[in-house]
Design a protein around this ligand. Structure first.
Ligand code: AHR
Length: 510
């Protein structure tokens, strides 16, 4: 019997809703086909955005959307994507599949998509191949409310009102596809570029990742365990800045993908054995080490934690589906992806004192997607279902919790704990508990003791449970789907239940 302790009297950090963020790049069929089909398409759409996809994304309450990349961001010139569509510059997306980019989805379309989703905007600027002036003018075009050449241009293009940019990335992966820079060179460039990312709105209070009245600026952070980058960037950002501006930044990104067989081989998304299952989950759990590792360096410079660690690319990265363009990164999604999402989201919740935003890669048809499309057809993936179960954590308060686990697995190097959990309480006092069972073969009885349970006596639960390689296909779209779970009993001071193998369980208590 696993013992699970939750202290409802000990509220820790706020779980920013942005931890449940998404990422959409001009890559493969993410934007084009997956989201944007154009107004003349036979696929039902509103202003060119697929109705079915937008509806499905609204169900999981996408809080924030990052765009246009990724590596694409440092090759993107925003003026190519405004004005009459037929006049927009066409180009080859050399980075992703060598296909034609007609720029029919640009700034106005992104803002329209966010309007339909009701989400915040995270725009990633081009530091790698763009100019300071170009970045500065983009921010002016999007957010300035006065009279200027950029606002006149915006008005001529049909949008006199400014938009709100909530987060702005100053470059992406500048250690690699964003210009192959050294940390010191990037940080100096960052300081210069961000100076001209003006705060045009009134803005109130101190800069910092949690101040929504300002554009929060995100610096390009480390790849995986590159602590040299984190040290180098922060040291340069904090030189001669008197700490007043928190190193000129509100966030530092971290990118970490789960590749079960390593970067070169990756492995199939759907055909894998139990050993690979545990290897995948063990590699996913490394996310917690990375957060601790980079978080400790951030603590040296920013002990008050005004700068967020922004995990704006995470998820599984497998070999593409047979027969598809290798540059499109299209992969299926199984219960294994569901457990990867469950583990990562529980880790982000537990570290929400430092992790202030996370964007899974990517929202539709690319890598660990929420949604897959095929012409007019659409399926919600197992990962969509995890985001659906976890949405009650958004903006709730993390609770102190601890679960006794045992090590399971098939290879010494890739042992994992059998269970992963996190718990939160919302402003009405409702407790949300999310638990994953990482075992392919074993069900586990769990006895939960909740300190400060008070008079809460209404329990409900939903579960996502299936065989390890189960997935949703266009012919069978509902094979993996969450359902009501009746197995949770309220006992004096807590809960008892048996969590089935290979499952993600949501319990609420009010
Ligand atoms: O998400 C796919 C790519 O992975 C992004 O473009 C890049 O930032 C990362 O290497």
């Amino acid at each position: 019997m696993a013992k699970y302790y939750i202290n409802a009297d000990r509220r820790l950090s706020k779980i920013n809703k942005e931890i449940y963020g998404q990422f959409s790049e001009h890559l493969g069929r993410c934007i084009y086909e997956g989201i944007y089909v154009g107004e003349d398409s036979e696929i039902p759409n509103v202003n060119g955005m697929r109705k079915d996809v937008v509806e499905a994304l609204k169900e999981i309450h996408v809080p924030v959307l990052r765009w246009p990349g990724g590596c694409f961001a440092d090759e993107y010139h925003w003026k190519d994507g405004i004005g009459p569509k037929e006049e927009r510059k066409k180009m080859i997306n050399t980075h992703w599949g060598g296909v034609l980019e007609d720029n029919s989805f640009g700034t106005h379309e992104f803002m329209e998509l966010c309007r339909q989703l009701g989400c915040e905007t995270y725009v990633n600027g081009n530091l790698g191949s763009g100019t300071v002036q170009e970045m500065s003018e983009w921010v002016e075009y999007m957010t300035f409310d006065g009279l200027s050449p950029m606002t006149q241009l915006r008005a001529r293009n049909g949008h006199p009102e400014p938009w709100k940019v909530d987060f702005f990335g100053v470059g992406n992966e500048n250690w690699g596809c964003g210009g192959n820079m050294t940390p010191e060179f990037y940080a100096n460039e960052y300081r210069r570029y961000q100076t001209y990312v003006r705060q045009y709105g009134a803005g109130e209070g101190e800069p910092g990742i949690d101040n929504p009245t300002l554009i929060r600026k995100i610096a390009s952070g480390p790849n995986i365990d590159d602590t040299d980058w984190t040290h180098g960037v922060l040291a340069t950002l904090f030189r001669h800045c008197e700490n007043r501006f928190h190193g000129h930044t509100d966030g530092l990104s971290l990118h970490y993908y789960t590749h079960p067989e390593g970067w070169e081989i990756k492995g199939s998304a759907t055909e894998f054995d139990e050993k690979t299952w545990y290897k995948t989950l063990a590699k996913t759990l490394y996310m917690e080490d990375l957060i601790r590792m980079h978080g400790a360096i951030m603590d040296q410079y920013d002990p008050e934690r005004k700068i967020g660690l922004i995990v704006d690319e995470w998820g599984t990265w497998f070999t593409v589906e047979p027969g598809t363009n290798p540059g499109f990164l299209y992969q299926q999604n199984t219960m294994r992806d569901a457990l990867v999402a469950c583990i990562n989201l529980n880790i982000f919740n537990k570290h929400s004192d430092r992790v202030k935003m996370a964007c899974i890669a990517q929202m539709v048809n690319v890598l660990q997607a929420m949604i897959l499309t095929d012409g007019p057809r659409m399926v919600k993936t197992p990962t969509w279902h995890v985001f659906d179960l976890y949405q009650l954590h958004q903006d709730a308060c993390l609770l102190e919790s601890f679960i006794e686990t045992e090590e399971i697995g098939m290879e010494e190097e890739y042992m994992v704990p059998n269970l992963s959990e996190s718990a939160s309480v919302d402003e009405k006092g409702k407790i949300t508990i999310t638990i994953g069972n990482l075992s392919v073969t074993e069900d586990y009885p769990v006895m939960t003791r909740i300190t400060g349970i008070g008079d809460r006596n209404k329990v409900s639960a939903r579960i996502l449970h299936n065989r390890m390689d189960a997935c949703n296909t266009f012919d069978e779209p509902d094979q993996v789907s969450s359902e009501v779970f009746e197995g949770v009993r309220l006992v004096h001071g807590g809960l008892e239940f048996t969590i089935p193998r290979c499952s993600v369980l949501l319990i609420t208590l009010e």
